[in-house]
Design a protein around this ligand. Sequence first.
Ligand SMILES: [Zn+2]
Length: 62
Amino acid sequence: MQNTAEFYCAYCGEENTTFIDLSAGGQQYYVEDCQVCCRPNILYIRIDEDTLDIEIDTEYEG
Ligand SMILES: [Zn+2]
């Protein structure tokens, strides 16, 4: 199962859409490049197992 969620780039503040694999667990962590400025954001993803609400925190890499 896959879902999309939005996050805001830690560098330029633009909204990005990411695909999240819900079967990979309620807490996930990966790096995704911003679709606008191409710089790497670290995404910390939390998924509520009951409601499937997705929360994303972003951080600069490095
Ligand atoms: Zn950006």
